[in-house]
Design a protein around this ligand. Structure first.
Ligand code: SF4
Length: 188
């Protein structure tokens, strides 16, 4: 499955495609080198579903590994409520929902469907406010846009020049390791 994309990297790819290249280069190194506060909270959000403490209902499936041959995607879903055919992604805090986060949820949905699970609705669940935030299923046009996005990801060449956005770079967890900029990140 070497040429499979991890669903968890879709949002980062939109933020900056080069960050995915850096992630792959440094993934074997000490996490403390680049993990900053927002990511730490994000990982905390997943901890209780990893530990299956959210619910004891038999119809709820947690932390299921999923994949799609159609998109060459792989990852894990957070929570699938089979009685409601509802897919949920838990986040610690969602002040704003980014397109990449919606793509991650759609990606999980496409994977689940390809694996034979029925998904009729999808949502984020914000832990800090205990709030469920429903998300629209992709329209036909949006599915085409998603497909094109995944194709771009598969064909990305890190040697090509990229446009530097100083604000993004200063909030990028790979900033201190990035050879495309000399900006310091705000977490240092
Ligand atoms: S520091 Fe800037 S150029 Fe480098 S990976 Fe991060 S956002 Fe991209």
């Amino acid at each position: 499955m070497e040429d499979y994309i991890s669903i968890s990297t879709l949002n980062d790819f939109i933020f900056c495609p080069y960050s995915i290249y850096l992630h792959n280069v440094y993934m074997e190194t000490d996490e403390g080198l680049y993990h900053a506060t927002p990511q730490t909270k994000g990982r905390f959000a997943h901890k209780s579903s990893d530990m299956k403490t959210l619910s004891t209902r038999k119809s709820d499936i947690f932390n299921l590994p999923v994949y799609s041959e159609r998109f060459h995607l792989m990852g894990k879903i957070d929570v699938y409520k089979s009685d409601k055919k509802l897919l949920i992604e838990r986040k610690y805090q969602l002040k704003r929902i980014f397109q990449g986060q919606i793509y991650q949820l759609w990606a999980q949905m496409f994977c689940l469907r390809e694996m034979g699970y029925e998904v009729e609705s999808i949502a984020f669940y914000e832990i800090s406010t205990n709030k469920m935030i429903p998300v629209d299923l992709p329209s036909e046009v949006e599915e085409q846009q998603f497909t094109a996005f995944i194709q771009n990801f598969h064909s990305y060449n890190p040697e090509l020049p990229i446009e530097i956005n100083e604000n993004k770079c200063s909030h990028c967890i790979y900033c201190n390791l990035c050879d495309k900029t000399t900006i310091e990140n705000v977490y240092s």
